[in-house]
Design a protein. Structure first.
Length: 158
């Protein structure tokens, strides 16, 4: 697996678009912190809006193949769902929920949404050179990311 999620764009355009994507991600994810597990599960079963695919792509600077892996669907399928105003399936929605919870832990440690998103998008030596966001594909791998975040909080390596 390629470990970098970065794409090549002019720096100023990248910064503005990314900042807007990060803000959109946090507008979606912030209210989720107060939900119970049962409420989160119900939302996962219903599925999240497919419009969130573009938000995730921009906020975490994901290439198409990384987005496909992370959300368990081809770009064409994800785009078709968006055009038809259909929600994401439960697998993609659960992964998105996992990204939200890990990202909020990163924000608590790095103190800003921008710093958290950058950390989540950057290949991490401690995580085998993989960007933490890509490990949100499975719960077991997301636990590894949480452990690294807890180590960082206690003064360990990032």
């Amino acid at each position: 697996m390629n470990t970098s999620t970065a794409t090549r764009r002019p720096a100023k355009q990248l910064n503005v678009a990314r900042a807007e994507g990060i803000a959109a991600f946090w507008r979606f994810s912030s209210p989720r912190k107060s939900l119970t597990e049962l409420e989160r599960l119900q939302q996962i079963k219903v599925g999240f809006s497919s419009d969130l695919v573009q938000v995730i792509r921009v906020a975490f600077d994901l290439q198409d193949r990384h987005l496909e892996t992370l959300l368990h669907g081809s770009i064409s399928t994800l785009e078709r769902r968006r055009r038809a105003h259909k929600n994401l399936d439960s697998v993609a929605s659960e992964r998105l929920d996992r990204i939200v919870t890990v990202s909020h832990l990163a924000e608590a440690i790095f103190e800003t949404p921008l710093a958290a998103a950058q950390w989540m998008s950057t290949p991490n030596k401690v995580l085998g050179g993989t960007a933490p966001i890509m490990l949100c594909e499975t719960e077991i791998a997301a636990k590894q990311v949480r452990r690294v975040l807890q180590a960082v909080e206690w003064g360990g390596p990032a």
